[in-house]
Design a binder for this molecule. Structure first.
Ligand SMILES: Cc1ncc(COP(=O)(O)O)c(C=O)c1O
Length: 162
C-alpha cells in the first residue's frame, strides 16, 4: 500500500548539495555544511565520532542529560575525557571553560549543549566560542533546543566550528 506523504521519492545527492549550498549562503560561510536526514542525535553522534579518536583529549561540558550522553560517546571513541559538570540549574561560564583549558592544554575538542531543553538554561556560547577558538580546539555545539527569539521558533541542528 502506498501513501502520498509516506512514500516520497528519496532526495538525490544533488538535491542535498543544493540545499547545503543555500544554507552555507544563509550562514555566510565558505566552510562545509552537511545536512543529514534523521533525528538530531544522529548528526550529534556523527560530529563526535568524526571528531574524536584515540589520542584526542576532550573537554565535555555537562549542564544536563545530553552532556552525559556526549561523554559516553567520547569515551567510546577512545578519547581522554575531562568532564566539566555544573549543577543542572545553572549555566557554565566562559571563565570555567578557560580554566579547564588552561589546566589541560592538550584538549583539542570541546562539546557543549547550547540550551538545555530539560531546564531551559542557556549557556553563553558566543563567549565560550571565543575561548575555545583562542585555545585552538574543535567546538562541537548541540544547538537542538536553542531558542531563536527574533523568529520565535526553535532552531534544530548540530554544528561544529573551529
Ligand atoms: C539539547 C538536545 N539535544 C539533543 C536532543 C535530541 O533530539 P532528537 O530527539 O531529535 O534526537 C534534544 C531533544 O530534545 C535536545 O533537547
Amino acid at each position: 500500500m502506498t501513501h502520498p506523504l509516506l512514500d516520497l521519492a528519496p532526495l538525490t545527492a544533488a538535491h542535498f548539495a543544493a540545499i547545503e549550498r543555500r544554507v552555507a549562503s544563509l550562514l555566510s560561510t565558505e566552510q562545509d555544511v552537511v545536512i543529514m536526514q534523521g533525528e538530531a542525535l544522529l548528526p550529534l553522534e556523527g560530529c563526535i565520532r568524526g571528531g574524536a579518536r584515540p589520542g584526542s583529549a576532550a573537554l565535555n561540558v555537562v549542564t544536563g542529560p545530553y552532556g552525559q550522553t556526549f561523554g559516553n560517546w567520547l569515551r567510546d571513541c577512545g578519547a581522554a575525557v575531562f568532564d566539566l559538570a555544573v549543577p543542572f540549574h545553572t549555566a557554565v561560564t566562559a571563565e570555567q571553560i578557560g580554566q579547564a583549558l588552561d589546566e589541560h592544554p592538550e584538549i583539542d575538542f570541546v562539546s557543549l549543549v547550547h540550551a538545555e531543553a530539560a531546564t531551559g538554561n542557556t549557556n553563553p556560547v558566543a563567549e565560550i566560542g571565543e575561548v575555545v577558538r583562542a585555545h585552538g580546539a574543535l567546538f562541537m555545539l548541540d544547538a537542538v533546543a536553542r531558542w531563536a527569539p527574533s523568529r520565535c521558533c526553535p532552531t534544530r541542528g548540530a554544528w561544529t566550528c573551529a
